[in-house]
Design a protein around this ligand. Sequence first.
Ligand code: AFP
Length: 326
Amino acid sequence: MTTLAHYLKTHAVDAAVSDVITTITEVGKTISQLLKKGALADILGEAGNQNVQGEEQKKLDVLANDLLLEALAKNTHCAGVASEELDDATPANADGRLLVLFDPLDGSSNIDINMAVGTIFSILPYQRQGQTSENSDFLQAGQHQLAAGYLLYGTSTVLALTVADDVVMFSLDPDTNDYVLINDNVTIDADTSEYAINSSNYRYWLAPMQQYIDELIAGSDGVRGRDFNTRWVAAMVGDVHRILCRGGLFTYPFDTKYANKAGKLRLMYEANPMSLLIERAGGAATDATNRILDIIPTDIHQRVPVVLGSKNEVDYIKDLHVNHCK
Ligand code: AFP
């Protein structure tokens, strides 16, 4: 049996990165407990605040955010922390070598209905050691991430992590309270017949994305010549987990629903960490045409269209978009 602590120690993971991952995953145990108590812990319902994107925050979002922020700010390796829920990054220990970004509870609209939610995190290098970190220090392309992962609070609590070239998965053992390795080499098949998209936005998509979904729905009667199946968790962390487990295609594409949003998902808290996991598991991640991990952010809360998962489907969508522009 390999625990997370043993894995980090025996896989030559940088000591600072290892320590920050330990901090995040320890807080994850607390969040997991709070979620299990559900309504009994009096934690459900709106907190009365809105996050920086103008969305209602659930009370547990605030709690998870505060717990992570407090723990990471105390971590001596952490020079700054950015949360999806806060306008600005929080400077931590100027001598730290790392910057941490997180979405404390992705899929928070699932909390009240007892469905899966998760914590997503990304670790970047800090380039100005000794000086107080600022928002601009976080504006690094996703390819520079030193580690990324998520905690999925589902029927069990699972950690997916990449700290090297591969992706590994741990499950939180409720008896010992340890994360135990359950998959030491997560891989995604290049082909799939399963896809995830919120089809209610169909009329707002670009023509190539409408064509793609039309083709999948036509199934064996259309150009694809086989049937496809839809799954939608309404929490990216759940959809990405399914893809890491059995392949698939996930997209929250560009849409024209809100004039000032390029897509719904956040580049730095959702798209980048998930793209690193997906690529390292053998899949692909784009904004429909460009690799997500190459995007140089201009704002820590930037949004981006996302197409990720089984490589051949991601490439197929890219071809549809490129050909449409010719
Ligand atoms: P919340 O955390 O605000 O619930 O948003 C979750 C999310 O950003 C992402 O995890 C889902 O894939 C997506 O939104 C679901 O969006 P729809 O509301 O369109 O189903």
